[in-house]
Design a protein around this ligand. Structure first.
Ligand code: GLA
Length: 408
């Protein structure tokens, strides 16, 4: 996906990872050079809060993400440094990993624990060594662009390379997901690590989260730019509210399932079944489940539109999704509503919604090529009038997943 003029991707990788290599050299003692890795973030265009309800989602990876500089050590010590927000250095022993501590290092430590278990099960534990690792990146943290999956999948990718384990890409994605669920304690669905690990530039990744099938649906990159507008709102309680939504969906499903023979998850409840039985649900569960059952329909309609090459029709469903997230799922905030409302009025802006879990973070919009500046200025103007500050607006290109970067 294009936007205003940008550097050639290889030159950009070399530039940003080159700086990160210099950072590594400034914080670790002299020794073997670090190897460098990049892992993207993701945006989700359709299928909001459907992954943990067994529904379809349509994310793609973006050209901003996590930088890792890493090298093996001769001992069993794991030293983690980070340039990311409020990060402090963490030093642990590979054979005595600590429990979750509510800090950024929980993400890579969770992945290390998962990869260590997988290596042991394969009889490859002997390959594991201590590591010096530095994390950095150009993806805003906590903005709904999946910085956590970017770190986790990137860590799995780097560990596999450094320890020579020969893991399949899907295994890396799985360990990243398990690390977030079991170690960090967020009941997230499969979308984020799948998008980060499996996306291809120029396509949206269609994932049916019920049967775990996937497909790549091309999106016309000559006519469409992806604009991401950061509301700059960050909610520290977001993890708890996210887990609460997961629970509410499970409760709604338990009440609706007897009325839909054969239903295995909330995605299977049809809109007409919901209509007939919603009064039996507590109002909050009725609203949460209405979002899910209608979002399933919107996402299938969006898929059909994209397959016909109708980007406008696809994008128009995003506005309807935002309304549902705002009123029924109640995960928006007024800053995000403002950005989406302005996008709805900006010429050249075809669709917009909040992306990620919500509770702050970013809105994503599809904008006609050539109209980017115009759309961005409308969103900025309205936001400044209402909130007295500028949102951060950027145009992202697509990305094809984690990779090692070699500097010439
Ligand atoms: C977060 C979760 C994902 C998904 C989205 C909402 O990003 O990690 O699994 O549920 O929210 O669509």
């Amino acid at each position: 996906m294009s936007g205003p003029a940008r550097l050639d991707p290889a030159a950009r990788d070399a530039e940003r990872l080159g700086r990160h290599r210099d950072h590594f050299a400034s914080v670790f003692p002299p020794g073997a050079p670090a190897r460098l890795f990049f892992s993207p973030g993701r945006i989700n265009l359709m299928g909001a809060h459907l992954d943990y309800n067994g529904g379809p989602v349509m994310p793609t990876a973006i050209d901003r993400g996590t930088f890792l500089a890493a090298r093996a050590r001769k001992d069993r010590r794991i030293v983690l440094d980070s340039t990311l927000e409020e990060a402090e250095r963490v030093e642990v022993e590979l054979d005595a990993l600590p429990a979750r501590a509510g800090r950024w290092a929980d993400y890579p430590l969770g992945v290390i624990a998962e990869v260590r278990a997988l290596a042991a099960a394969r009889g490859a534990a002997g390959r594991l060594t201590g590591l010096d690792v530095s994390f950095g990146g150009d993806l805003p943290v906590g903005a709904g662009l999946s910085s956590s999956a970017s770190i986790c999948v990137g860590t799995a990718f780097a560990l596999d390379s450094l320890w020579g384990l020969g893991l399949e890409r899907m295994e890396m994605v799985d360990v990243a997901l398990q690390a977030e669920r079991t170690f960090v304690g967020v009941q997230c669905g499969i979308m984020d690590p799948w998008a980060v690990g499996l996306a291809r530039e120029g396509s949206l990744l269609w994932i049916d989260c019920k049967d775990k099938t996937r497909e790549y649906i091309p999106i016309d990159t000559r006519s469409t730019s992806i604009m991401v507008a950061d509301s700059l709102v960050r909610r520290s309680l977001a993890q708890g509210q996210f887990n609460e939504r997961v629970q509410q969906c499970a409760q709604a499903f338990a009440l609706l399932a007897p009325h839909q023979p054969g239903a295995a998850c909330l995605r299977d409840i049809r809109v007409d079944t919901w209509d007939s039985h919603q009064r039996e649900l507590p109002p909050v569960l009725a609203r949460r489940s209405r979002h899910v059952v209608t979002e399933v329909e919107r996402t299938f309609a969006a898929r059909e539109a994209l397959l016909r090459g109708e980007v406008r029709a696809f994008a128009a469903t995003m506005f309807r999704t935002h309304v549902s997230l705002r009123d029924d799922f109640e995960v928006s905030v007024r800053e995000l509503d403002q950005l989406v409302e302005s996008a709805n009025e900006a010429r050249g802006c075809m669709g917009a919604r909040l992306t990620g879990a919500g509770f702050g973070g970013c809105a994503v919009a599809l904008v006609e090529n050539g109209r980017e500046e115009e759309a961005a200025s409308v969103l900025t103007r309205d936001f400044v009038v209402r909130f007295g500050k500028r949102p951060r607006i950027e145009f992202f290109a697509g990305d094809s997943g984690p990779r090692e970067v070699s500097l010439a």
